[in-house]
Design a protein around this ligand. Structure first.
Ligand SMILES: [Fe+2]
Length: 295
């Protein structure tokens, strides 16, 4: 099987063509897929996720899979796959964007960056598309780093930032969506986690690329810098990294799958209008590196 790749609309990420998941994936194809992932950070597999078995077979091309600690969201018979749903009968977290009540809105972030071992990546499979909204967006933070001026690259070299697990996105310090207001927080107890420090610029352990990893949902401050100096710097950098030219926004169709490298991308969930149904299923590829330190 020979796969082909095509740049996604914005030039960020690749679509994979010619992959037949009804057949076992050969080692040569697995290596091609892994190379494409390392090269682009975001891979789209349109219409290929027709079963949990195909979702798992593709996920395993990219590494060991994590088993989610919350058993109730695992799907039956495939503990590596979890179900993420917005439905009328599930207690949602709701925010207002302007006058609209939105469930499941999550602004730009990298998964688990508030820990010292963020997952390596994840593969989402679309099960049920809502009539409106429901898009997922990705940002290539390597492209964003490359586009910084030489002066800015020098200025941020060696800087560290502090991340925290922010439960309510209304508490985001940077990159908070305009017109965002409190709705209801649901009843899930998220507990508390200690703050974590990461380099602002990551040297990707596998590709060697430099990535501007800021995860605005969880971003608190520049370590060791007065906020009067650090906050304007972070505001400027968050505005830069979230610029449209580094984004790919996916309008889902059922059975689409998207894989991302969580060590070089950020993503965003547009959420759904309250009452609309949406379901995606997800596998997570394990992170093998300690990337930061506890504060
Ligand atoms: Fe996420």
């Amino acid at each position: 099987m020979t796969i082909e790749t095509r740049r996604l609309g914005t030039g960020v990420g690749l679509e994979i063509l010619g992959l037949d998941l009804s057949q076992p994936i050969s080692e040569a194809t697995r290596r091609d897929l892994d190379d494409a992932w390392l090269t682009a950070g975001i891979l789209l597999f349109r219409g290929m996720g027709t079963s949990p078995e195909r979702h798992l077979a593709l996920s395993r091309c990219f590494g060991e899979l994590d088993i989610h600690p919350v058993e109730s969201i695992r799907i039956e018979g495939c503990p590596e796959i979890i179900r993420l749903v917005n439905r009328g009968d599930v207690d949602p977290i709701i925010h207002f964007l302007g006058d609209e009540e939105i469930a499941g809105l999550i602004p730009w972030h990298s998964d688990m960056i508030y820990t010292t071992r963020p997952c390596r990546g994840a593969l989402l499979r679309m099960i049920e598309v809502p009539p409106q909204l429901g898009q997922t967006g990705w940002i290539d933070t390597v492209a964003a780093y490359d586009a910084l001026s030489d002066e800015m690259k020098q200025r941020i070299e060696g800087l560290e930032v502090r991340f925290e697990f922010v439960i309510d996105i209304c508490d985001m310090r940077f990159g908070r969506p305009e017109n965002l207001r409190h709705g209801t927080m649901g009843t899930v107890d998220f507990g508390t986690l200690p703050p974590v420090v990461h380099s602002m610029v990551w040297n990707h352990p596998e590709s060697g690329h430099k990535a501007l990893m800021l995860s605005p949902v969880h971003l608190i401050e520049v370590v060791g810098m007065d906020r009067a100096e650090g906050d304007p710097l972070l505001e400027e950098l968050v505005a830069h990294v979230t610029d449209e030219r580094f984004q790919y926004i996916h309008d889902w169709e059922v059975d689409d799958m998207v894989l991302w490298d969580n060590w070089r991308t950020m993503h965003r969930a547009a959420g759904t209008l309250l009452g609309a149904d949406r379901e995606v299923q997800r596998t997570s590829i394990r992170g093998d590196y300690e990337m930061g330190r506890l504060l």
